[in-house]
Design a protein around this ligand. Sequence first.
Ligand SMILES: NC(=O)c1ccc[n+]([C@@H]2O[C@H](COP(=O)([O-])OP(=O)(O)OC[C@H]3O[C@@H](n4cnc5c(N)ncnc54)[C@H](O)[C@@H]3O)[C@@H](O)[C@H]2O)c1
Length: 252
Amino acid sequence: MGRLQGLVSVVTGAGSGIGRASALAFATEGACVVAADLNFASAQETADRIEADGGKSIPLQVDVTSPEQTGAMVQRTVETFGRIDVMFNNAGLPQAATPAEDTSDELFERIMSVNVKGVFNGCRAAIPRMKAQGGGVILNTASTAGIRPRPGLAAYNASKAAVISLTKTLALELAPYRIRVVSICPVATDTPMLPTFLGADEAEGRKRFVATIPWGRLNRPEDLARAAVFLASPDAEMVTGTAFEVDGGRDV
Ligand SMILES: NC(=O)c1ccc[n+]([C@@H]2O[C@H](COP(=O)([O-])OP(=O)(O)OC[C@H]3O[C@@H](n4cnc5c(N)ncnc54)[C@H](O)[C@@H]3O)[C@@H](O)[C@H]2O)c1
């Protein structure tokens, strides 16, 4: 029996990288998966892969910056699968290293809107359902950037620190309702997002990042997927409010 057998999950950013790997892992462990992404074709591909493997999944096009759309996402989840047990707010945007004074209003606001408000929207949409059901798990993708920042990423780092604080607040607020809230903090991870962080010389950027990770390699999306399975599962019953680092020792 899978570790998430019978649970109903929603994953945002499920069309790529960490979100897709987590959606596939959730399904392998027995969960139904709503694969949500701004890019519908990519969400569809994730859902198709799950169904082809014998799992249950539907794709949804969702812009997490819209409270109407995150509300509709939860509504559709409940209509389709009857409940919502795991809300994984994972969608996010990267930032190319830029001196703070050259960071545009548009970039700052876009990053805050997707990385912070998008996570908040997902939490807020799921909470009433989880309260009514008597429990649930909310996972929010933050980053080592919110704990041990690198220079040049003021907007991104601040957005991820905000996710960590939001998560801790909700963990306290929701513990009486048996809802756990955990942030996951990946170090640099090999996904389509990574090149934006690495800079113009990708090979050199990769070496520079690896040199700061004691374990000696970058994350693979599956490293985060396995962590997310654990955190979503009853095995993690006493884990809430934590900023769960999957970072090969980077933050030590
Ligand atoms: N890759 C890394 O090095 C790294 C490190 C630490 C944290 N993270 C975080 O992990 C999460 C996943 O990133 P990834 O590396 O898998 O990136 P990715 O670019 O592979 O995937 C991100 C997904 O989010 C979707 N998305 C973007 N904006 C959206 C919106 N407004 N609404 C819905 N979906 C939207 C994209 O379409 C994409 O499919 C992000 O929150 C990111 O900040 C990534």
